[in-house]
Design a protein around this ligand. Structure first.
Ligand SMILES: [Fe+2]
Length: 397
């Protein structure tokens, strides 16, 4: 069998290529729907090394998409947010954004517009997530008409309650409306903006997010864990997000924890801020800032002296504004326009991404007559992510 051809991703001019040397690859001369065992092994290594893999001109059934994602975690079974049987999930703000493929419930139909006779669904009305329903402020009607848009929400694909964060997500573009580029505006006081294809999926590297931090924030990150709210998507739904999609404004709009659907303490997730890559050993900064309620900081390890240390004796930070300010300070540098990969979707593109290594955001605003059809699959993992080890802490604290 011919070798898999490995090329770089098609970076836009906005991206600083020197920052993307190990990020993203396009794989050619291989059919991701029918991999041999050797091909899968190679692709698995490539995914963990490069975080995002693009395949073009792919034909992929929902069954094949599920099988491909499952191969990365063979004992995983249910969709990353569960298979949409419980009331709490139905109440979640994710629900209007996707429809389950009936015969392969781990694969979700997402996109925009009305879709007929699709994989067993007679009619599905889809809504591309829009910043207008999630951000505290919104782009004006005039700017909207000119094609100004925003990042919807920087996130990882994960329930962050009960179910373990999926290792891999597969996004498959079936119908992709073509249209002029839009301008994704950050509106966060920096003046940053990014030219993007309509409906791009924007990715940033969690490894870069850690690497570009100054030493005192690396020290804080390597010693920290975040605690997520129970049913975090229900909890965040009534609040207003920041204008660049990187977390929530603190206006006290979240429900109190006893107003949430019933929950169990044992299912709440406390996860390290840095997740260790299973192949490279690198540390990736992976935090879904919208769902975090508390920050738990370990003290500096014995023998480490650092004059600039934040919380040298450790801390349990429960003030929401402080928690969010600290996370924002650590995460915002990595979403700078030159560090974002906004994928320019073509029909039959398949993207596999390391969901424990990157953060991503939906972007863009579709018109009612623009029909977009995608299949998305990820699976609640069979294990929890691993944080920094003793050596990592020694190196970075
Ligand atoms: Fe996502």
């Amino acid at each position: 069998m011919a070798a898999i051809e490995i090329a770089s991703l098609p970076l836009p001019p906005s991206a600083d290529a020197s920052k993307f040397f190990d990020f993203g690859r396009e794989l050619r001369n291989v059919n991701p729907g029918a991999l041999t065992a050797e091909q899968f092994k190679e692709i698995e290594q490539l995914l963990y090394k490069h975080s995002v893999l693009l395949f073009r001109d792919v034909n992929l059934t929902p069954e094949q998409q599920y099988a491909l994602v499952k191969a990365f975690d063979p004992t995983s079974e249910s969709y990353g947010h569960g298979n949409f049987k419980t009331e709490s999930i139905k109440k979640s703000i994710l629900h209007p954004h996707l429809r389950t493929i009936p015969r392969q419930p781990q694969v979700q139909l997402i996109g925009h517009g009305v879709v007929y006779n699709h994989e067993g669904l007679a009619e599905a009305e889809l809504q591309h997530p829009s910043h207008k329903t999630f951000h505290k402020t919104r782009v004006s009607e005039e700017d909207d008409a000119k094609g100004v848009t925003r990042f919807y929400r920087w996130h990882i694909d994960a329930a962050l309650y009960d179910l373990a964060p999926p290792k891999v997500t597969a996004l498959y573009g079936i119908s992709v409306p073509q249209s002029p580029k839009q301008v994704c505006r950050y509106d966060d006081g920096t003046g940053d903006e990014l030219e993007v294809p309509l409906g791009t999926t924007a990715f940033v590297s969690g490894k870069m997010m850690f690497e570009i931090l100054p030493p005192e924030l690396k020290s804080l990150a390597v010693r920290s864990k975040v605690k997520y709210a129970p049913h975090p998507y229900v909890w965040m739904a009534t609040a207003g997000a920041k204008s660049n999609g990187l977390g929530i404004e603190t206006d006290g709009l979240e429900p109190s924890l006893d107003e949430l659907p019933s929950w169990e303490e044992s299912k709440i997730q406390i996860l390290p801020v840095l997740w260790k890559n299973p192949v490279t050993g690198c540390l990736h900064f992976i935090v879904h800032p919208c769902g975090v309620v508390e920050l738990l900081v370990d003290p500096l390890p014995d023998g480490v002296k650092r004059n600039d240390a934040l919380y040298p004796d450790g801390a349990h930070i429960t003030d929401l504004q402080t928690v969010r300010d600290l996370l924002y300070k650590m995460q915002r540098p990595a979403i700078a326009p030159n560090l974002v990969y906004p994928h320019d979707w073509q029909e039959k593109d398949l993207i596999l991404f390391h969901n424990r290594g990157v953060m991503h955001s939906v972007v863009g605003t579709f018109k009612p007559d623009q029909v977009r059809v995608f299949h998305q699959c990820n699976l609640a993992a069979s294990d929890m992510p691993v944080g920094p080890d003793v050596v990592d802490v020694k190196n970075w604290a």
